[in-house]
Design a binder for this molecule. Structure first.
Ligand code: FES
Length: 65
């Protein structure tokens, strides 16, 4: 599903960017162009970024639930 329609950025693209080290909206913008056009995706992109970072944190910690 597209998070940023203007730049055809999907949730999968954001997850991949997080795996590659992105950890803030500014880095997503630099890497993928998220939010650099109309800006209406910023809130959804931020939520997606947070989910991806949480997911990565849990998968990196073998003791997490
Ligand atoms: S939808 Fe992301 S910049 Fe327009």
């Amino acid at each position: 599903m597209y998070v940023c329609v203007c730049n055809a950025v999907t949730e999968t693209d954001i997850k991949k960017a997080v795996k590659e080290g992105a950890n803030c909206l500014h880095q997503l913008e630099s890497k993928l162009g998220v939010g650099n056009n109309c800006g209406s995706c910023a809130c959804d992109a931020s939520a997606c970024l947070n989910r991806a970072m949480e997911s990565q944190m849990h998968s990196a910690n073998p003791f997490s639930i």
